[in-house]
Design a binder for this molecule. Structure first.
Ligand code: 5GP
Length: 200
């Protein structure tokens, strides 16, 4: 799971990781917020009405859900389970509360990555440049970022995004190393048994 305050480049990092790795499935969240310019239904989010979100909630269709800045967001369970059953890894681009909920359910098999901005001043500059939020929302995002950053020790990895290419390389290395972990590759046991049976 990759978590970061808004305006830190998280979406660009996660989208590139998914497009570079065929065995990585991006969980597309459902949200009640309005699409931003350039966002597409089904690619960036499933944009749904509040009624639809409520009915998905009552059908227990979400692995986790949260209210963020007055809108509802949830990770639909079925596509996540399908991807896991196909042996793929699942990437969640969700907020801090959601990441903690998934971590509680998935346990040590989930990996928590936090992306740090070089400074709050730089984060504020990026939020103003993309000019998608009001001053009030930007202020709320910045003060929330401070609370999240303070919880940095709950994450397995912390990446500093002061340079996109370096931050991306760090993220990709984390993904590769995590995929290579012994516990995620049970076939190694069979290979070792075959090796041990070989006559020397
Ligand atoms: P935005 O509206 O800027 O796309 O997203 C606002 C925040 O909601 C971001 O931190 C984003 O990662 C988070 N978010 C997006 N989808 C989900 C989700 O399904 N669950 C949770 N808990 N947070 C989400």
């Amino acid at each position: 799971m990759v978590v970061a305050p808004s305006g830190v480049g998280k979406t660009s990092l996660t989208r590139r990781l998914v497009s570079d790795h065929g065995d990585l499935h991006l969980s597309i969240s459902a949200t009640t917020r309005e699409p931003r310019p350039g966002e597409h239904d089904g690619r960036d989010y499933h944009f749904v009405s509040r009624d639809k979100f409520q009915s998905m909630l009552s059908e227990d269709a979400f692995l986790e859900w949260a209210e963020v800045y007055g809108n509802f967001y949830g990770s639909p369970k079925a596509p996540i389970m399908d991807a896991l059953n196909r042996g793929e890894s699942v990437l969640f681009d969700i907020d801090f509360q959601g990441a903690m909920k998934v971590h509680k359910q998935a346990g040590p098999d989930s990996v928590l990555v936090y992306i740090l901005p070089p400074s709050l001043a730089e984060m504020s500059r990026r939020l103003h440049t993309r000019s998608q939020d009001s001053e009030e929302v930007i202020h709320r995002r910045l003060s929330r970022a401070k609370d999240e950053v303070a919880a940095w020790e709950q994450f397995d990895y912390v990446i500093l995004n002061d340079d996109f290419d370096r931050a991306y390389a760090d993220l990709a290395h984390i993904y590769h190393a995590e995929r290579l972990k012994r516990a995620r590759n049970p076939w190694i046991g069979d290979l070792v048994n075959d090796l041990l049976r070989e006559e020397i």
